[in-house]
Design a protein around this ligand. Structure first.
Ligand code: HEC
Ligand code: HEC
Ligand code: HEC
Length: 464
């Protein structure tokens, strides 16, 4: 009896100990939010800087619905755990940030907590934004206060239990989040006196990083922080946390069936061998001699990178070129379609019947733009021969572009992009599999067959 009591007591102690640990890890580095809203009007230059930073963070993309008021929120973001809705960021006092202080805003960006202390869902990429400096956070806040109020109330999230509970977020954050957690370039600690040191054993890479050029530091700050490139270009684990080891090594975007290729692999989307001007052109105009952006990446260029200045784009290019290379594409992440197919596609050439069918379909539907030999037309139609996007081990993007068609983004540098027509109603799954297999196994291209089942899966989940 006494023994079991003692045991109970011990267990209770252990439990409260764990809870205290989880609590402590979640309140690290928190600001004091008791300050009242400042009446002082921000400087015009700070507002302009905030508007620019909002572009760098592509805040608009998630916080505005198609046809809705700017920054009024309400955009649905589907996740494997349910649907999350973005918040109203306008200056409306009841529904937006009108009653927020700069401290509250910093707490959201840096600590992932709302004004009332509610833990925010990481569908809001605060795991990246936590690296933003206090000065940049204040500029963003100053800008958002100038956004005309929209009275649109926030939509409640529709998540399944236990993901809908704050307790789940407490645990998630203990495992995967610490404020400003990786290296902090651009003299972040200097410009950010409010921040306590959160030095982690990542010190080694941080040390290497301090020896890089100022341009590299700036690029790292933009790519890792506001640019939130890893939100798409890194694999996610079963709890939706992005892979940091290695960073930017490619990932399937949850629920969308688009694959954001590895920025650290030569066979995927590394730009190590591109020159700076080509990388800047891709981010500025959406097209470059060696590729054009598609789908979600076209949205990134459209809403964000095309608006950045030459120095910042050059800085990003310097950093991207210098990312450590991983030798092979990650093989653990496969498309939903490939995962569930019983016989995974082999790198064997397709049977003659499929090859013939694919060749005929290509001639009939594709050759007029992409050319008989897949050479494309410079400045208009991308080459398919020798194109990394065509031979990616993940075939999801190819299926997406053939089913839904697509445009590179319309940018100042490429104002009238050529389009690729959708084949949703023209070709069935078997045809699409055959024509894609053809372009992956002709003109020196060598990649696995695309199966009818893979096409079917992408078609079934594709939203447009
Ligand atoms: C990938 C989509 C996405 C992007 C990009 C994004 N947000 Fe959000 N944001 C969300 C979602 C979803 C929420 C709601 C999270 C929640 O309620 O738990 C949110 C919530 C917020 C909140 C908390 C609002 C509240 O009422 O608690 C703030 C502040 C915010 N975002 C600011 C920004 C800023 C500033 C940027 C650009 C630098 C930005 N967001 C970019 C998706 C995004
Ligand atoms: C919303 C998801 C998303 C975000 C955020 C994102 N990307 Fe991408 N990116 C993609 C997808 C999907 C592709 C593959 C389609 C394509 O080739 O354009 C891609 C492709 C690329 C490519 C290869 C383009 C080519 O034609 O070879 C580069 C380089 C790239 N992204 C860089 C970046 C950088 C730098 C950032 C951060 C500023 C970023 N991406 C942010 C989804 C994203
Ligand atoms: C009317 C001209 C046209 C036709 C016909 C056409 N395409 Fe395209 N295709 C384009 C354009 C333009 C793009 C670039 C779109 C973008 O950047 O979003 C493109 C992009 C692509 C890409 C992505 C290449 C990359 O670098 O990411 C693939 C793959 C592709 N097309 C395959 C096909 C196949 C297969 C067919 C036939 C079923 C076809 N296309 C028919 C114009 C065409």
């Amino acid at each position: 009896m006494r023994r079991s009591l003692k045991f109970l007591l011990l267990a209770l102690l252990a439990l409260t100990g764990t809870a205290a640990g989880v609590w402590a890890l979640n309140v690290r580095d928190e600001p004091d939010v008791s300050e009242p809203v400042s009446a002082a009007a921000p400087e015009a230059s700070q507002i302009a800087r905030g508007a620019y930073l909002a572009r760098a963070g592509n805040c608009m993309a998630c916080h505005t619905t198609r046809g809705g008021a700017a920054y009024a929120g309400g955009r649905a973001i589907d996740t494997p755990f349910g649907t999350v809705y973005s918040s109203n960021l306008t200056s409306d006092a009841a529904n937006g940030l009108g009653a927020w202080t700069a401290e509250h805003f910093w707490q959201a960006l840096h600590n992932g907590k709302s004004k009332n202390g509610r833990l925010l869902y990481p569908a809001f990429p605060y795991t990246n934004y936590t690296q933003v400096t206090r000065a940049d956070s204040d500029a963003l806040y100053a800008f958002l206060r100038t956004v005309p109020p929209a009275t649109q109330p926030n939509t409640p999230h529709a998540l399944r239990w236990p993901y809908s509970s704050q307790a789940a977020l407490w645990v998630w954050r203990t495992l995967y989040f610490s404020p400003g957690d990786t290296m902090s370039p651009e003299g972040k600690t200097a410009s950010n006196p409010a921040q306590k040191s959160t030095a982690k054993p990542a010190a080694e890479s941080a040390l290497a990083a301090t020896q890089k050029s100022a341009s590299w530091q700036r690029g790292a700050y933009l790519v890792q922080g506001l640019g939130h490139c890893s939100a798409c270009h890194a694999a996610r684990n079963a709890l939706g946390a992005t892979d940091k080891q290695p960073d930017l090594a490619g990932g399937l975007i949850p629920m969308q069936n688009w694959y954001a290729p590895s920025l650290t692999s030569r066979s995927e989307a590394s730009v190590a061998d591109w020159n700076i001007a080509q990388i800047v052109a891709l981010l500025k105009t959406g097209v470059a001699p060696r590729g054009a952006v598609l789908g979600p990446m076209a949205e990134v260029v459209l809403g964000s990178t095309q608006h950045l200045n030459g120095d910042d784009l050059t800085a990003m290019a310097v950093y991207l070129k210098d990312l450590p290379l991983t030798h092979a594409a990650p093989t653990t992440t496969t498309t939903a379609a490939a995962q569930s197919s019983k016989s995974p596609p082999a790198l064997a050439p397709a049977p003659a019947s499929v090859a013939d069918r694919g060749a005929k379909l290509y001639e009939q539907h594709c050759a007029q733009c992409h050319g008989d030999q897949g050479a494309g037309v410079a400045g208009a139609y991308p080459a398919l021969a020798g194109n990394r996007a065509v031979t990616l081990s993940q075939s999801a993007n190819l299926t997406q572009i053939v089913i839904n068609g697509g445009f590179a983004p319309a940018t100042a540098g490429n104002p009238r992009p050529f389009g690729m027509p959708p084949y949703k109603l023209v070709l069935d799954d078997r045809d699409i599999a055959a024509v894609l297999t053809h372009i992956r196994q002709t003109w020196g291209n060598s990649a696995a067959q695309v199966t009818e089942l893979e096409v079917n899966r992408v078609r079934a989940t594709s939203t447009n």
